[in-house]
Write a protein that binds this ligand. Structure first.
Ligand SMILES: *[C@@H]1O[C@H](CO)[C@@H](O)[C@H](O)[C@H]1NC(C)=O
Length: 426
């Protein structure tokens, strides 16, 4: 408490004195992580069919009720266990339900919704190697934020996405409802102050949907600002490698083909395929026989041998991807740039089972510039949409959450959003 008062004291010195008589000047912050950005637990039930003997007993140590950490567990980097992991992460599109569900015999859960706890480290026993939002949370604490009081987290099952109007998406929709409740609760607990949503990567797509699924009166009442870090507004070319050949984030000894099937079934990965509104006619994948732009994802999915994915892509995801609607609450995009980012993929005679030759362009290493900057272009004519873009050279998709100067930029922006209320009131 003493530390908080001290920090607030510093904040106050730069503001008019009577504003500081309020208990806390801070607008509550809610952190929405990206794809793979929080812990996920699983347990095996009777319907589970292990794909190998290893999976029978892996992992040996389980918690009460049979739960174990499914994401992220470094043990699965060892070859025999990678397959167990991939089978258990896999989603299935059920045509009768028109929705995605877990693999048979697998239950999953996300712990600590509302808290930052499960997004600080992906594996708390390997803090250094798996730190995710911990450095950002520490930086926010330095300007006076307190977890559980003014700072909250919204972890979710990132394998699931959302679906276009008229299609059920049980898991994703439940997350948006929970997030809405969290926004209202955070505001209520802070004297009715509207909240600042801070998202990373995929979390930004969910946050934009949250805003647009709720009426403008709700947004005005509860949302002070939306700070979107590294958001792939129009998807990424990297996602096409993921679907075609599997993608292991540079982990050298994991065979990408082992995880490809699992990655293809992730609904959120489908959501991150390149959007034609953003990538236009540009050829993204080139083979000896064909070329594919973002307009030709359906043909691409068929040709890579994933025709199963075409129906949910065209009915559920494509219409959703097209909904990049200005929510008319102030938005700041903070992005990295000047990092080599896959822009065109060349496949040879051996087809999609081999990793492609890559031509690189500008971006944050994962997300292409066109996608990071998409809102500026798409919303150029929007008169009621305040939009600011902060570009940080040399910062990658993940280092934006690690690098000191990037963190200073983010907390500086959040600090200034908090001060802005003062200047507009006075
Ligand atoms: C942070 O990124 C900048 C580039 O923007 C770089 O110059 C600096 O060395 C990085 N800091 C650390 C600690 O990696």
């Amino acid at each position: 408490m003493k530390r908080l008062m001290f920090k607030l004291g510093i904040l106050c010195m730069s503001m008019m004195f009577y504003v500081c008589q309020a208990t806390s000047n801070l607008h509550p912050v809610i952190l929405v992580p990206g794809n793979g950005g929080n812990q996920l637990e699983a347990r095996l039930t009777r319907g589970y069919k292990p794909s190998s003997l290893f999976c029978h007993w892996y992992p040996i140590l389980k918690q009460k009720g049979g739960w174990f950490r499914q994401w992220f567990d470094p043990g699965v980097l060892l070859a025999p266990f990678t397959q167990c992991f991939a089978d258990r992460m896999m989603l299935f599109y059920d045509k009768d339900l028109d929705d995605y569900r877990n693999a048979p015999g697998i239950e999953t859960r996300v712990l600590h919704f509302g808290s930052t706890q499960s997004l600080l480290y992906l594996d708390p026993s390997l803090k250094r190697a798996t730190a995710y939002m911990a450095p950002l949370v520490e930086s926010l604490e330095e300007i006076g934020y307190v977890s559980g009081e003014t700072l909250f987290g919204a972890p979710y099952d990132f394998r699931y996405g959302l679906a276009a109007e008229g299609h059920p998406s049980r898991v994703g929709s439940k997350f948006l409802l929970d997030l809405k409740d969290l926004v209202e609760k955070a505001s209520r607990d802070n004297g009715g102050k509207p909240v600042i949503i801070v998202s990373h990567s995929l979390g930004g797509l969910f946050a934009l949907q949250l805003l647009n699924k709720n009426p403008i009166s709700w947004r005005k009442k509860y949302i002070k600002h939306f700070v979107a870090l590294s958001t792939p507004w129009g998807g990424t070319v990297v996602q096409m490698v993921t679907f075609a050949s599997g993608y292991t984030l540079g982990v050298p000894f994991v065979d990408p083909l082992l995880v490809r099937e699992e990655q293809r079934t992730s609904e959120s990965n489908t959501w991150l395929l390149p959007n034609a509104k953003v990538f236009g006619e540009r050829k993204l994948v080139i083979t000896p026989d064909a070329t594919y732009s973002a307009h030709e994802i359906t043909r691409f999915l068929n040709d890579i041998g994933f025709s199963r994915g075409v129906y949910p892509y065209t009915t559920r995801i494509l219409p959703l991807m097209e909904q990049l609607i200005a929510p008319e609450v102030p938005i700041t995009c903070i992005i990295g740039s000047d990092v080599r980012t896959p822009e065109t993929l060349f496949y040879g005679e051996n087809g999609f089972d081999e990793q492609p030759d890559v031509v690189y362009g500008d971006g944050d290493g994962t997300v292409n510039m066109a996608s990071l900057l998409a809102l500026e272009k798409l919303w150029a004519e929007e008169k009621h949409q305040p939009l600011k873009v902060i570009r940080i050279g040399g910062i990658s998709h993940t280092s934006i959450l690690q690098n000191d100067s990037a963190l200073a930029e983010i907390t500086g922006e959040i600090y200034s959003i908090n001060s802005r209320v003062v200047s507009s009131v006075l």
